[in-house]
Design a protein around this ligand. Structure first.
Ligand code: NAD
Length: 464
């Protein structure tokens, strides 16, 4: 286990960042682009260390690290470097003929000191992506990594220390004590990714200084299969989205609602496609990541055992090994509505399936739950898709695929209420870490001239 950062060191770096905030705020686009380029080079130099470290932390395959950790960060960097001059430019808004003398525009100013707190499940992508947004916006960053991914944390620290002085970006390793200390400090923006429970702690801490917040949280994201689909293709989409990172993905389909009309084919299709993906011994597949720690492993296996004891039917998987923190890709049905797997975010390779006879049954039960981070709809019927969209709320939705919405550079990423507040990545990340300042530039004559005292004459005229 890495040593946690000493509180004195955190305080020293924070004080230095408070002092330097004004300097980093002044840097222009080309300065910020240059430091982001340096970050890109340092990441490239450490490419193999990133792959090896994440494999050590939870057995994630090299291809998955490439696709879900390194590639998104490289894309985020490319986008920020290419578009930063445009992002930083003042944005005109339309003039109003009533206020003809005002030239209105939005000015993007750095917020100042930022705090970024990240989880362990995408331990390279998430800290780096949010760091890029904050640096692009011109801020200093205290970057708090998860205590459960020590190997990748060491690589991140090495990369950051090679690119940034501590008064610009400082990496904090630690758990609750270190985070609690950070949360007691004054920040202009706090960006938190993690569970809704800790999100509430962060929001409460932010209220002390009225710091701005972005909360990227979790929840139970449903996938719904409706009419007019190629069922095998849909099942394959769902299998990838559910079992990448061993299900430890905030936007993974948490559970599946499916039209009862498909019930005869479903179990067989899941069996065949999981066999194709991971072979007949998924424990030996190099493509299946492990569960991050014993606590998460125990939570998942207990929930699974509870469901089975209560009469659930396992179609595929169900086996596990505590020693390897391995859980087989598991699909099951016939769960009790009150089972843990249907009540709490699963965050592991277990997929419950529920049938509906009419889509309104599913919509009603989805509406009764907290608003999810994502909601997936599979159907060739536009009317069905629109019905689901109009009768639910979610941070994001992907139609006829799962999880790819997060890759689109022009879409924001974020939750809604219990699944999050605010938006991240690309332009939206830059905007979250910037203050969008309204500027009314009065070009001809001051409008206040028309409101000038004494009011009495004007009142008479108005009332006439
Ligand atoms: P977590 O909330 O337990 O921890 C997140 C961070 O908060 C860590 O850095 C941790 O050290 C810190 N922390 C934990 N307990 C704390 C406390 N009591 N006080 C102060 N700080 C504390 O989450 P996790 O287990 O690391 O990650 C899993 C959760 O994150 C899931 O709910 C998942 O859906 C969510 N998540 C969301 C996104 C997103 O972008 N919306 C991405 C990844 C994960």
């Amino acid at each position: 286990m890495n040593e946690y950062t000493a509180i004195d060191d955190i305080k020293r770096a924070y004080d230095a960042q408070v002092q330097s905030r004004v300097i980093y705020k002044q840097h222009d686009a080309s300065w910020r682009q240059a430091i982001l380029r340096k970050l890109a080079q340092e990441i490239d130099r450490n490419h193999n260390f990133v792959v090896a470290a994440i494999a050590s932390d939870f057995g994630k395959s090299a291809v998955e690290v490439e696709v879900t950790e390194l590639m998104p960060v490289q894309m985020e960097l490319k986008e920020a470097i290419a578009k930063l001059p445009r992002w930083m430019k003042d944005r005109k808004v339309s003039r109003s003929w009533k206020l003809f003398s005002i030239k209105p525009y939005l000015h993007y100013e750095p917020k100042g000191n930022s705090l970024i707190i990240t989880p362990w499940n995408y331990p390279f992508q998430l800290p780096m992506a949010h760091l890029i947004s904050s640096i692009a916006a011109g801020n200093t960053v205290m970057l708090k990594l998860s205590e459960f991914s020590p190997h990748i944390n060491s690589v991140i620290r090495k990369i950051i220390e090679a690119v940034f002085p501590a008064d610009h970006v400082f990496v904090v390793e630690g758990a609750v004590d270190e985070t609690t200390f950070l949360l007691g400090l004054r920040f202009d923006h706090m960006h938190f990714t993690g569970s809704p429970a800790v999100g509430k702690i962060v929001m409460q801490a932010a209220s002390k200084f009225l710091s701005d917040v972005t909360l990227e949280l979790g929840g139970k994201s449903p996938a719904i299969i409706g009419p007019k689909v190629n069922l095998r293709t849909v099942i394959r989409n769902i299998i990838w989205a559910k079992f990448v990172n061993a299900g430890q993905t905030c936007i993974a389909p948490d559970y599946l609602w499916i039209d009862r009309a498909y019930q005869n084919d479903l179990a067989t299709l899941f069996k065949e496609e999981i066999l194709r993906a991971f072979g007949d011994r998924p424990a030996d597949s190099p493509d299946l990541a492990r569960i991050i720690n014993d606590k998460q492993f125990d939570r998942l296996t207990q929930a699974l055992n509870e469901a089975v004891d209560d009469g659930a039917t396992i179609w595929v998987g169900g086996d596990s090994s505590a020693e390897q923190r391995y859980i087989a890709p598991t699909v099951l049905t016939d769960l009790k509505a009150e089972s843990t797997l249907l009540q709490e975010e699963i965050f592991g390779p277990i997929l419950p399936v529920i049938y509906y006879t009419h889509i309104d049954e599913a919509l009603q039960l989805i509406q009764e739950k907290e608003k999810p981070l994502a909601l997936y709809i599979f159907s060739g019927s536009n009317a069905f898709v629109q019905r689901v969209i109009n009768h639910t709320s979610a941070g994001s939705t992907c139609v006829n695929d799962a999880m790819v919405q997060v890759m689109h550079p022009n879409l924001p990423f974020g939750g809604v209420n219990n699944s999050g507040i605010g938006q991240s990545f690309g332009w939206y990340g830059f905007r979250a870490f910037s203050h969008e300042r309204a500027v009314a530039d009065v070009k001809l004559m001051p409008l206040s001239k028309f409101f000038w005292f004494p009011y009495i004459d004007k009142t008479k005229r108005l009332l006439r």
